[in-house]
Design a protein. Structure first.
Length: 75
């Protein structure tokens, strides 16, 4: 496993802190505090990445070539 860097966005919404990953649609959560929202967001991101990889492997059992791809993106 390797560490990757993503952009977490936080927004106070009433009594909750909403949080999402800017680069990956659908990875979002909330928490009562920013720390709780951050921990929930880490878990949501991890589970999304793992499950998407596993689904890809199940749907395409043969003929795939995997490679790591590095892309520079402006901050």
């Amino acid at each position: 496993m390797e560490n990757r860097i993503f952009t977490a966005i936080y927004k106070k919404t009433g009594a909750w802190i909403s949080a999402w990953i800017e680069e990956i649609p659908g990875v979002n959560t909330q928490g009562k505090t920013r720390k709780e929202a951050q921990e929930n967001l880490k878990e949501a991101l991890f589970l999304t990445l793992v499950s998407r990889r596993e689904l890809s492997k199940l749907q395409h059992k043969t003929g795939l070539h995997r490679q790591l791809l590095q892309v520079r993106v402006p901050a």
